[in-house]
Write a protein that binds this ligand. Structure first.
Ligand code: FMN
Length: 306
């Protein structure tokens, strides 16, 4: 098996073929997406591809970060996978558990661990097994991600999960080395998309909303129940006054159909078209453009948030 992989791997990497990112594991429960709580980004990286993305994740989540540092660092000869290198022999040895030099001082302070690693022969490096077997992950959520030349996340995270069965493992995702900060941020947002118990009805029709996790959406929640008469404006939106100002963090953005935003700190705008302006995003209604048009492209609508 090692031989055939050794043959395949350079071909895959050189061809740069883009295997779909989606992990195939099923342990995730997207509908029960967790509250992220206090997050730690932990990662292992030898050639810094994973490290770069871990730093993006840390920045996006404003979290702590922990690098898994091997007691014996990997030299380039150690990861020369076309030879009989250290990495290869560890990956071929079920019992290999390379020692880790550093420890997380107080794991109990974290609710979620975003865990990054490179793919080595289709799996997580054995040092990741050392890591997950070193702590008690009861009541914690682990969100795995990996980088690779081209291989998908495959069974790498589900196999790792067997070594820390007390954790709630979310579906992992594979990223290419050059993945942007924005893409990492988007992925993390979907992992932690909170299903807030805040209902939104337009003309008495209840709609599925992905609420943003920010101070403004929380302020809206505090004002519930809210009943707002909205009016069509500009041929692309419905707008209505909240009746008071709430906290905002406006950014220049180009909205998409379905976006719900706060405008001027005191008005809610729901788009069936698009506009570029300074807004604070509150959430998004997941309907098609046609459905949004049918719902919102009229003189006025009634909005209830409760
Ligand atoms: C020992 C070894 C095995 C690897 N096996 C695979 C593989 O099976 N599939 C793949 O697409 N890339 C494989 N790679 C490439 C790495 O997954 C990829 O370069 C990764 O981004 C490295 O992450 P890092 O820079 O954080 O160490 C392998 C690399 C090494 C060193």
């Amino acid at each position: 098996m090692k031989k055939s992989l050794a043959f395949l791997l350079p071909t895959l990497i050189l061809a740069g073929c883009s295997v779909d990112n989606a992990g195939s594991q099923s342990s995730a429960d997207k509908t029960g997406a967790p509250e992220k709580g206090n997050v730690l980004v932990a990662y292992f990286s030898v050639t810094n591809n994973t490290e770069k993305l871990a730093l993006y994740a840390q920045e996006h989540l404003q979290s702590d970060i922990f690098e898994i540092v091997p007691e014996v660092e990997y030299t380039s000869a150690d990861i020369d996978y076309n030879s009989d290198c250290r990495a290869n022999s560890e990956q071929n040895d079920d019992k290999a558990r390379p020692a880790i030099k550093n420890t997380i001082s107080d794991i109990s302070q974290y609710d979620t661990i975003v865990l990054g690693y490179p793919i080595w022969w289709g799996q997580a490096p054995k040092i990741l097994y050392t890591f997950v077997e070193s702590y008690d992950f009861s009541n914690k959520t682990i969100v795995p991600f990996c980088t690779s030349g081209s291989s998908p996340i495959g069974t790498s995270a589900t196999n790792l999960a067997k070594s820390a069965p007390k954790a709630n493992w979310l579906e992992g995702k594979r990223f290419a080395a050059g993945t942007s900060k924005e893409e990492i941020g988007k992925w993390l947002d979907t992992c932690f998309m909170e299903k807030k118990d805040m209902k939104l009805l337009i003309d008495e029709k209840e709609l599925e909303v992905a609420w943003e996790e920010n101070a403004s959406s929380k302020a809206i929640k505090d004002l519930c129940p809210l009943s707002i008469e909205m009016h069509r404006y500009g041929g692309f939106e419905q707008v209505g006054s909240i009746g008071r100002s709430i906290t905002s963090n406006d950014k220049n953005m180009t909205t998409s159909p379905g976006d719900i935003v706060l405008y001027s700190s005191n008005q809610i705008v729901i788009f069936y078209g698009s506009n570029t302006w300074e807004y604070t995003k509150l959430g998004h209604i997941d309907l098609s453009d046609n459905e949004l048009n049918a719902l919102l492209n009229k003189e006025s609508v009634s909005l209830i948030i409760k």
